[in-house]
Each structure stands twice: as C-alpha cells, then as structure tokens.
Design a protein around this ligand. Structure first.
Ligand SMILES: Cc1cc2nc3c(=O)[nH]c(=O)nc-3n(C[C@H](O)[C@H](O)[C@H](O)COP(=O)(O)OP(=O)(O)OC[C@H]3O[C@@H](n4cnc5c(N)ncnc54)[C@H](O)[C@@H]3O)c2cc1C
Ligand code: SF4
Length: 557
C-alpha cells in the first residue's frame, strides 16, 4: 500500500461542501487533495439534451448509487391521512399497501456531487429557523447566527453567480444579488397571479443559474432540463464553479473514482490517515494535517461509523454516540393539474417562482411548528415532453391518444412544496448489519419516521397547493406526489450535528470535531435544523467557506 504525505488538507467528497472548501483553501495557497468516489462528468458529452431520446433518461448516472444504502422498515400508513397519498389519474395509487414505501435518497456520485443534477435554487436560511430550540422548543439551535453567515452567503452568491429579486421576502441582505433576476415563464406568471388572488405573495426565485454571461459561462437558455445536467455550464454546479477555480490555483488535486473506506487514528486526538481504493482499485493511504469529510448526510456518518478499530469500537467521531442521529429528510408535496389554456409549461426554468409566506417556523396556522415554501414545479416534476405526457397525462391508446397528446402538451401546471423536517428519535442513519457493498463495507441504513406534526405540515402544504391550482382555474388534478407514503429525499441533513455541547453534537461552530481536532465535517450533516423548505446548497457552501477560513488560520498560526 502506498502512502502520500504532501497535502495539508485531504477532502473526502467533491459536492457542495467539498467543492467550496477546496476552492476556499487552495485559493489561499493551502495544498489540498480531493478524493471523490464518483467519476468526472463532461457537460457537453454526457448531458445529451440534444439527442432524440433526451427525455428517456434522467441524470446519466455512471455508478450504481443505490447499492450504498438500505432502508429499515418504514411506518404503517394511517387511513385518516389517505388524502395525502401519492397518485396518478392513469396508474392509480403509487403505494397500494399500507406501509410507507422506500423510494430513494436522490444523489449523484461524481466530481461536483449532487450539485450536478440539482435545480440551482440558492436560498439563505430564514434567520428564525436557526433557533428552533430556544424559540419554539423543538430540535436544536445553530451555534452560528444568520448575521455571522451573511458575508459568506454573499461571497458564494458572487462567486457562483446567483440571480435573484431586488427585495427577497424575509432575508436581510447587505448587497443586492450579483445577477439580475430571471423573468417568470408565462405559466409561472399565471400561477403567481392565481396565488396572489387568494392572498399569497409570489416572487421570482433566487437561482444559481446565470441570467447573463459570467467569465466563460453563458447565460441560461431556459431549456428547463437542469436535473438532467446542464450542458451549457450556466447552472452553478460545483464542477463548473469552485472545483475548476481550485485546480487553477495550482494548489488543488482532484482524484476521481477514489472511494474512501476508512479513516485511521493512532492516538486519541488526531486522524492520522485516510484509506481509499484508487482509480485502479488498488488500496492507497494518504495523510494530511487536516481531514475534511463532505460525503453528504448519509455517506458521512456511514464513513465515520465504518472507521472502527479495537480502540475506537464505535467509529471515529462517535464518542458522544451522536453520529447518525437527528437525521432529517425532505418533506415534500406536489399537485399537478390540467389547465384549459396552453401555457407552454414545458418551457422555462424549473423553479422560477416561489412563495415564502409560510416559511417562518411559526407561519403555519393551527399550532404547527416548522415552515414551508411553495414553488413552481411543472419542470421539477418532469412534465417536460411527450414521453411524460404519454405516460402520466394522456390516457388511452391509438388515434384518440394522439389527438389528446397534441391538444394537451403545454397544459400541465404543477405546484410543489417543501417543508421543515424536525429531528425524531426514530429517524437516524445506522450501519446495515446484513447488507454490504461490493467492497464488503456495511451499507448505510436509513431509518425514517414522520410524526403527527410532520404530517400536519404536509397536509397544509397539500391544502395550499390544491387551493392555488383551483384559483388558477384548474378543474381536474392529474397527479399528486407526497413523501407521506414514499420516502424520497433530495435534501438530507443533521447526522453530525453542529453545536456547543459535545455530549449533544458532533462538531463545534467551525465544523471542527469536538474531540478529533484535525477532523472537520462540511456538508449538511452538520445542520441542526433544515429551515422551512430552503434549498441547502448555498448554506452548505457558505459554512464551508467559513470553515476553510478557520482552518487556514489554524495552519498559519
Ligand atoms: C434532484 C435534486 C435537485 C436538487 N435541487 C437543489 C437546489 O435547487 N438547490 C439546492 O441548494 N440543493 C438542491 N439539491 C440538493 C443538493 O444537491 C445537495 O443538498 C447538495 O449537493 C449536498 O451537498 P453535499 O456536499 O452535502 O453532498 P453531495 O453534493 O451529495 O456530495 C457528496 C460527494 O461525496 C462523494 N462521496 C461519498 N462518499 C464517499 C467516499 N466514501 N469516498 C469518496 N467520495 C465519497 C459522493 O460521490 C459525492 O460526490 C437537489 C438535489 C437533488 C437530488
Ligand atoms: S434551464 Fe438553464 S441552467 Fe437549466 S439546463 Fe437549461 S441552460 Fe442549463
């Protein structure tokens, strides 16, 4: 086994957290190695939006991502919440039985991580949602506040190129967004107008998607296919923003297809080595003064829990037995219906419009704690072309089907909602005792439980979605998707919580492990709370820049 020793910092994972950290450190002259389990993606070659079969595949995954996690049995569904179940007017109920179905943890293994197929929503957290324990008696407080994060939010927005409105609801900004706001598509304008007619404020979303050219990246062409991978590089995924700049600095090396299997420690205070299988499948070890883990909130606890030894039987970093606990998932709802007018809804940016009215933790009436937001969802939900229309929208077969296809393309309108997810004792990540991956490592096992408060939040999200479509004149719904009966998470959080009390958290306010002083965690594992539906990448990246600043100071002191 070879051992490399020339790096100051070894970063594991190259997604939102790993990528932003790599740039922030390399830019300051720190020697960085990024180890990424997945391959490189080439936007022009890999994202085949121009090919005739573009709609048949989603993001073109090169690795089988499902073989890294399993599910513990999910909860039994209560009949009183049947109105919150997923269905489609052609295929019927998505889950026929009475047990919640394991869907997927939607993520990408690749240089750029899950940002490769994210939509690019770029949200700052609602300041009140960072004090859930002290203000509302649930979850945990963040050990940093919004004001502390503000300059880092700004830095990320400038660097990536975020376009947003001049006055975003409920967010204090020192400077305006660096890029002019995107216009709403015609379909989204109609949806916003309908929302306004029933007393809701809708506004253009803030997006890490260029509205005008920046450096070598062009502005968006509004093809709407961000989740299939953006071939133009205008979407601010990490592979076209932070990572190339990190490499250009001359201080960052990225090694793709390098799967880290274990962290090693030989005393009680320092992680001494990182063991991985290299591009050829050969075992290698690397050392760094600092090790940063950024594998995402399911793979990060998996790696730490798998880093066991005789002297560290519970896994590195798990002294307080907090690793894997407090798992928070995506609480999501969407309703779709047919509009009488051809809205051309298959065109535009996926989540161009947003309503923040219920985003504050106490904004939902009836004593429900935790907020939510609504957004335009037609393209997020992939009502994008003839294949989806033929299978999900238009019934039947033959000549009549063909006639209806012509008539209905562009008429679907969908609205989506994402809500706060709060920690629960039965939601956590553990190691699967029976199932292992191809390398013989236990899989991460997802345990998830939605309590009554979460279901009530979901019910409110459904009610507002349906009411908005009704106000728009939609007479019949055609599909609703819900995480009530299917676990499906695009945003995952909380499994290595940050906090000031080492018995209740894993890392401190600089994302530094309480015990292992050269171990840092820089992904959404550290989030003590999720916010009321905000997309997490901007916050992950802002935290990463702050952590990098702290590490640089440590290395140079
Ligand atoms: C369809 C979809 C749409 C989304 N839209 C948005 C959006 O609009 N806005 C937003 O903010 N967020 C969005 N998200 C979520 C966002 O992409 C993630 O929250 C974000 O990428 C998480 O960053 P991360 O650094 O924690 O992990 P990731 O970006 O998932 O990166 C983790 C990386 O670590 C690597 N890795 C894992 N284990 C190992 C190991 N053992 N060794 C080496 N490498 C390893 C993985 O291969 C991966 O590349 C979306 C997600 C999905 C799925
Ligand atoms: S809509 Fe814009 S950001 Fe999204 S894939 Fe198309 S060009 Fe890229």
């Amino acid at each position: 086994m070879t051992t490399q020793t020339q790096f100051d910092v070894v970063i594991i994972g190259s997604g939102a957290g790993g990528g932003a950290s790599a740039w922030a450190l390399a830019n300051k002259g720190v020697k960085v190695l990024v180890l990424e389990a997945g391959p490189h993606y080439d936007p022009e070659q890999d994202y085949r939006l121009h090919s005739p079969e573009w709609e048949l595949q989603g993001f073109p995954d090169k690795l089988d991502k499902t073989r890294r996690y399993s599910f513990a049995r999910l909860q039994t569904l209560d009949r009183k919440y049947d109105h919150l179940r997923s269905w489609n007017h052609i295929s019927g109920r998505a889950v026929p039985g009475r047990v919640r179905r394991p869907g997927q943890y939607s993520h990408v293994q690749g240089v750029g991580g899950t940002t490769l197929h994210f939509t690019g929503e770029a949200h700052r957290l609602h300041p009140d949602s960072m004090n859930m324990k002290s203000r509302f008696g649930v979850g945990a407080d963040w050990p940093v506040d919004y004001q502390t994060l503000e300059p880092y939010y700004q830095q990320v927005e400038e660097f990536v190129g975020v376009a947003g409105p001049a006055n975003q609801t409920a967010r204090v900004r020192v400077n305006p967004f660096p890029q002019p706001v995107h216009s709403l598509s015609y379909a989204s304008q109609q949806l916003a107008r309908a929302g306004q007619s029933i007393g809701m404020r809708w506004e253009p979303n803030s997006l890490a998607v260029l509205s005008q050219a920046k450096d070598t990246r062009p502005g968006c062409n509004y093809c709407g296919q961000c989740q299939r991978g953006c071939p133009r590089r205008d979407k601010g995924s990490v592979d076209v923003t932070f990572l190339p700049a990190a490499v250009k600095s001359g201080h960052c090396t990225i090694r793709a297809r390098c799967q880290v299997n274990r962290l090693v420690a030989d005393d009680k205070k320092h992680v001494t080595a990182v063991e991985f299988l290299n591009e050829q499948g050969v075992a290698e070890t690397v050392t760094g003064k600092i090790v940063m883990v950024a594998c995402g909130a399911i793979e990060t606890p998996r790696l730490l829990l798998n880093s066991r030894s005789g002297t560290i039987p519970d896994g590195i970093g798990n002294e307080s037995r907090q690793v894997g606990r407090h798992f928070m998932e995506t609480l999501a709802w969407s309703s779709a219906g047919l509009h009488a007018e051809n809205l051309g809804s298959h065109r535009g940016l996926p989540a161009d419009g947003i309503c923040w009215d219920f985003n504050a933790p106490d904004a939902i009436p009836g004593g429900v704690i935790g907020g939510m937001r609504l957004s335009t969802f037609t393209l997020e939900n992939d009502f994008a072309g003839p294949v989806n229309y033929a299978t999900r929208v238009v019934k039947g077969w033959g000549v009549e089907h063909k006639r209806q296809m012509k008539q209905q393309l562009g008429h679907v309108i969908a609205i989506g909602a994402i809500g706060e997810s709060l920690p629960h004792k039965d939601s956590y990540i553990s190691l699967d005792r029976r199932q292992r991956d191809a390398l013989g490592r236990p899989l991460a096992q997802i345990h998830s439980f939605l309590d009554d408060m979460a279901v009530q939040r979901l019910a409110f999200m459904a009610q507002k979605s349906r009411a908005t479509l009704k106000a728009m004149g939609v007479k019949s719904l055609i599909e609703e998707t819900s995480t009530y009966d299917i676990f499906h998470s695009t945003h995952v959080f909380g499994t290595c919580r940050m906090g000031l009390d080492p018995t209740q958290s894993v890392v401190n306010d600089h994302c530094q492990h309480h015990h292992w002083k050269n171990l840092y965690i820089v992904d959404a594992s550290v989030f003590p709370s999720t916010g009321g539906g905000e997309a997490p990448s901007l916050t992950i990246e802002a935290l990463a820049l702050r952590t990098a600043e702290h590490i640089h100071a440590q290395l140079t002191s």
